[in-house]
Write a protein that binds this ligand. Structure first.
Ligand SMILES: *[C@@H]1O[C@H](CO)[C@@H](O)[C@H](O)[C@H]1NC(C)=O
Ligand SMILES: *[C@@H]1O[C@H](CO)[C@@H](O)[C@H](O)[C@H]1NC(C)=O
Length: 449
């Protein structure tokens, strides 16, 4: 069949997606109006893409990659990123509709990690693998490697190096200390332990318990040390401080005496002093010390009755026996039936023990010559002695009176009416006793009850 018209008929069928082109054409060459040459395989210059691939669909088939109307898809190789047009077409002006190129892709620089490092197979290029390692004493947490993926991003997340090794600490050995002499405590010292840690140099060692170099009480003391590294890993140790108080067997006072002891009474170094009751004097050592081997030094002392010779010839001879040992209370009355004397006698008898504790001896002077008596308890005094005492201390025979003499024989107080034991003792305690005697008396306040 012949076409009547000299018109080029050009029909193109593209089957979409298949990449193959089906075409049919029929034309009659008459006028050469269209200059376009659909048959020229190199209408445009052949497309190229470094590090990439160009896939073209030409109406005329695979061999016509650069014919007019050819459309090409640009894609880059793995690790490269396409910049420019993804799709270009060969245009009538013999140029492609756009340009593109492939740029090598990199991942961003991996940050450094604390207490660790990484090494990479190809730097930060695509497909490079970076392996993380930690410093000694640290352990990796998370994935130990990251890969630069083809889209330029790192796989996974950044691992961290964490300190999981606890520090090490060693306490000093436990120790036994004997309390110092005269004390119930001992000063105990030690060198605080040092802690080591693989990861850290400086560590805070915390003491839980009593400080070294201080006084420790009798008994067991547990001393603990704790240490934390900067990752709060913990270590601890402990040891025992034992303080022993060495003791002697309890010391009992001999008859007619009492003891005053320092410190705790019978601990190592304690000193016990003997004190004889009124009317008694000590034979033997004045004190004993508790020794380290738990025995008392020296031999026990005893308290023996003071021998007063009443039958001396003169007042001074009598007073000499009391000098620096005893106080005297001289009671004088006109006769034994004197009511003041009788009243005083009753009160003084009740005060016997208290007077003995205060080292007071009572001398009685009663009546007038020739039937005058002077006595210390049952022992009678010579008339010259009575006269001597009356003169020395100006004691009248005509009325009731009492004179209190101190240990040096000095006239300290006078009473002209009877006094109760409380009043008498309070006077003696306040004015005649020294501090030490007062303290001892206080300790024995219930002795006479
Ligand atoms: C205790 O030690 C003292 C010397 O310090 C010694 O004289 C005494 O015999 C010792 N006593 C005992 C029971 O070992
Ligand atoms: C005793 O002395 C008083 C005066 O104090 C006197 O009144 C009395 O008669 C005396 N008694 C004797 C028995 O001497």
């Amino acid at each position: 069949m012949r076409l009547s018209r000299s018109v080029a008929v050009f029909i193109l069928f593209f089957t979409a997606g298949s990449g193959t082109t089906v075409y049919e054409n029929e034309f009659t060459e008459e006028d050469t109006t269209p200059q376009l040459d659909y048959t020229n395989p190199y209408w445009c210059h052949p497309p190229g893409l470094t590090n990439g691939e160009v896939t073209c669909h030409s109406p005329r088939g695979r061999a016509y990659r650069s014919t007019l109307g050819t459309r090409c898809q640009m894609s880059c190789d793995r690790g490269y990123k396409l910049l420019g047009r993804r799709s270009i077409m060969c245009l009538a002006n013999r140029r492609w509709s756009g340009t593109a190129y492939c740029r090598k892709m990199r991942c961003h620089m991996l940050p450094l990690i604390y207490h660790g490092r990484y090494t990479c197979t190809q730097g930060f290029m695509v497909d490079s693998r970076c392996d993380f390692t930690c410093d000694t004493g640290y352990r990796i947490e998370g994935e130990p490697s990251r890969i630069c993926q083809h889209r330029g991003s790192w796989s996974g997340v950044q691992p961290v190096c964490s300190d999981t090794d606890p520090p090490k600490i060693k306490c000093p050995p436990s120790r036994l200390k004997v309390a110092e002499p005269g004390k119930l405590t001992a000063k105990v010292t030690w060198d605080p332990p040092t802690a080591t840690d693989t990861a850290h140099k400086s560590l805070d060692v915390i003491l839980v318990g009593q400080e070294p170099g201080t006084d420790f009480k009798e008994g067991l003391h547990i001393i603990r040390y704790k240490v934390f590294d900067q990752a709060r890993n913990r270590a601890a140790c402990k040891f025992i401080v034992r303080v022993e108080v060495r003791r002697c067997p309890e010391l009992f006072p001999p008859l007619h005496s009492y003891l005053s002891c320092s410190s705790d009474g019978n601990n190592y170094g304690a000193t016990c002093e003997y004190h004889c009751e009124g009317g008694y004097e000590r034979r033997g050592v004045s004190s004993r010390v508790c020794q380290f081997n738990r025995s008392w030094g020296g031999d026990p002392a005893e308290c023996v009755s003071i021998e007063i010779k009443a039958d001396v010839k003169t007042a001074p001879a009598l007073l000499d026996q009391f000098y620096e040992k005893r106080r005297l209370l001289i009671v004088s009355a006109p006769n034994m039936s004197d009511p003041d004397y009788q009243l005083q006698n009753i009160m003084t008898q009740k005060a016997d023990c208290g007077l003995a504790l205060r080292h007071v001896t009572v001398i009685e002077l009663l009546g007038s010559p020739p039937r005058e008596t002077g006595r210390i308890k049952e022992s009678l005094l010579q008339p010259q002695v009575i006269e001597g005492l009356r003169q020395a201390f100006r004691i009248s025979r005509s009325y009731f009176s009492m004179v209190l003499l101190d240990e040096l024989g000095l006239d300290r107080e006078r009473f002209i009416s009877p006094v109760g034991s409380d009043e008498l003792f309070s006077y003696i305690d306040s004015f005649l006793l020294d501090e030490e005697e007062r303290e001892k008396l206080e300790l024995r306040s219930d002795f006479c009850d």
